[in-house]
Design a protein around this ligand. Sequence first.
Ligand code: ADP
Ligand code: MG
Length: 364
Amino acid sequence: MYLYNLRLYDFRNFLELDLEFKNGINIFYGDNAQGKTNLLEAIYFITELRATRAFREQEVIRYDQPLAFLKGLFSTKAGDIDRQVTIYRNQKKEVKEGENKKSRWSELDPSISAVYFSPEDIDLVKGEPSLRRRFIDNLIYRIRPSFYKYLQGYQRVLTQRNTLLKTIKIKPGMTKTLDPWDEQLSELGSQLINERLKMLQRISSLSQDYFKTFTHKRNDLRISYRSEIDFSNPELIKADYKNKLILNREKDINRSFTSVGPHRDDIDFFIDGKNIKHYASQGQQRLTVLCLMFAQRNLLYTEKGEYPILLLDDVMSELDIHRRQLILGQENHQVFITTTDLKFIPEEILEKSFLYPIKAGTLG
Ligand SMILES: Nc1ncnc2c1ncn2[C@@H]1O[C@H](COP(=O)(O)OP(=O)(O)O)[C@@H](O)[C@H]1O
Ligand SMILES: [Mg+2]
């Protein structure tokens, strides 16, 4: 699958742009603040239907304009797809494929996808646990959209249990009413943990392979799930979760907050046995995230039979020449990369790439 045409109207600093792309390596180059990252974001938006970095989706609309519009033409094994997205300031975005409005993920063509990496994504291993939970949960429902219902269900029951905890703090006589909520929460929560474990196993073995390649087998990456719940036996997760809910009841009532569960779990990364949050260099942390993204792309390919578009923002200058070659040398699917200077791109890669100079929101 690849994107062969992209049109933008009032997206970030672009007024209007019409670009043709090839299946291969496409390079956006130019000085800082010209729109290179914005263009990657536009590609990510038309494929994944969300912004890469905006806090609110509306931030992608050009200043003082009412809406942003994107149109992408994709070539897939099953034929061409024409997708359009309109992002409004004051109403929900509108997505169309051909003439048909699409309101759910499950209605969209599943072969279109993208994976994005920028050096800021180092937060995935350094930042808050919620970022790692979201990463793994997103990946699960990206492959199995029906998983979203479990996530929502768990979140709903959790919110209700927390509200009830608040009530019980005032009326301790009601403690027994927690029973059915603990039952539901442990049921949904154990399914959530099981799905995460399965996904983590797949993504971690792929990431390990990439990490080995990038470090010439000198270093070893391990990824593991962390929870207060004993997850060593999938059959017993629910029972242990329920147990812990009951054990922690008093504390939970005091805090009006559920202290144990998948909403508190985390993912740990180890290089040569050492937790990378505390012991790895920035370069190693970044490489770990890059490997995770490659693993994600590989996994999506296995599931969909189509390679996701790879978007690499400002990555080349951060890597040594060897890794630049490793990343792009074997590449024969669609990639978009940005760089301030073409000197960061190895010669033999430049020769087979398509170049786009970007200047002040135009192709210049
Ligand atoms: N919603 C927006 N409307 C207009 N301009 C924007 C918007 N969001 C960002 N910009 C502008 O885009 C420019 C940054 O573009 P960016 O793609 O990050 O540059 P770079 O080429 O360095 O990657 C800045 O000048 C910024 O002011
Ligand atoms: Mg940039």
